[in-house]
Write a protein of this length. Structure first.
Length: 82
């Protein structure tokens, strides 16, 4: 029972972590997708932007991050509703 707090069962019967990974830089999420442990992550909950914010908070918050925030909110809502 406590196992289901951190993992959820997919329609295929696999258990995937309940997490949403978001990064504005696509390389970080690509590394996760191409790693040895990629099979445990649901690809729908690995979100990547098109470019990073170059260590600039305002750029990440107001421009680059603004492009992906709707998608992040939708995926987070889907994750919480399950």
């Amino acid at each position: 029972e406590h196992f289901n707090v951190f993992f959820e069962e997919t329609a295929a019967g696999q258990y995937v972590p309940r997490n949403l990974s978001v990064d504005l830089e696509p390389n970080c999420i690509d590394d996760v997708k191409n790693s040895l442990h990629a099979a445990i992550f649901h690809p729908e909950f690995l979100l990547a932007g098109k470019e990073d914010a170059a260590n600039n908070f305002a750029r990440g918050h107001y421009t680059v991050g603004k492009e992906i925030i709707d998608k992040v909110n939708d995926r987070l809502r889907k994750l919480v509703d399950n």
